[in-house]
Design a protein around this ligand. Structure first.
Ligand SMILES: [Zn+2]
Length: 249
């Protein structure tokens, strides 16, 4: 059973609490939940905004970068007056304005193998809002090691992909993409990051409340140019360098 709700919270979340599968119980569970958001950029903006608005009790938002003018076509947590400010701190200011009852923990460090445990803290779920595979693999290894679920998404241009990674039940990110492309400056439309970030927020909320069916072992492709969705299922790779040895003990 989740935390008790105040009368203000019952009003704020009324339109989602009247979902037949939701109610006060799911809302109380959200209030008790903590989520780790890796990146406060194009994907992290919609993820953080929708999780804060939905009443997830604690958000740990990690980004070591500063807001730049060229970020503002898509990173809607930040405005013109935030240029030069750390993105996690800027995110905290925006989110406090959206929902002051949510606890925001801004983390300004760079995600590394040796600090990932302290950054994630007691979060129940990690959301990949990153723009490079090098750091994604750090999250993935932590997910395999701890059993914490990871919502993965990536965007490029008018396209994107999303999957729910929860080893050992599902394959890990390295089973899906054995070797990601090197970091690069890629084209991106803000609305593409908005679509994929909203899908990530939805998967996170579904997981935390036990609602609906998750994208476990399923990779969903969004093609905004043709405006089509495609789904492919994917399995564990027994030879996977990250999770392959886990099953063999
Ligand atoms: Zn794997």
């Amino acid at each position: 059973m989740g935390a008790k709700l105040t009368s203000e919270e019952k009003q704020r979340y009324d339109r989602q609490m009247i979902l037949p599968s939701w109610g006060e119980k799911a809302q109380g569970t959200l209030k008790d939940s903590c989520v780790f958001i890796a990146g406060a950029g194009g994907l992290g903006s919609p993820v953080a905004i929708y999780l804060a608005a939905a009443g997830v009790g604690t958000l740990r938002i990690c980004d070591s970068g500063a807001v730049e003018l060229s970020n503002l076509n898509r990173q809607i947590l930040h405005g013109d007056d935030r240029i030069g400010e750390n993105k996690a701190l800027s995110a905290e200011r925006t989110l406090k304005g959206i929902n002051p009852s949510v606890q925001i923990i801004p983390l300004t460090e760079t995600i590394q193998t040796d600090n990932i445990a302290s950054l994630v803290g007691d979060a129940r779920l990690m959301v990949d809002c990153l723009d490079n595979f090098e750091t994604r693999y750090i999250l993935n290894e932590y997910a395999v090691k701890t059993g914490l679920p990871l919502v993965h998404a990536g965007v490029n241009g008018l396209c994107g992909q999303i999957a729910f990674i929860h080893p050992p039940e599902t394959a890990c990110l390295a089973c899906l993409v054995a070797e990601g492309p090197p970091p690069e400056i890629f084209p991106i439309l803000g609305a593409t990051a908005g679509v994929l970030g909203c899908l990530e927020a939805m998967e996170a909320l579904k997981y935390l409340t036990g609602t609906g069916e998750l994208l476990k072992g399923r990779l969903l492709f969004f093609d905004g140019e043709a405006m089509q969705l495609q789904e492919v299922s994917f399995d564990k790779d027994p030879e996977c360098r990250v999770c392959g040895s886990v099953g063999r003990g």
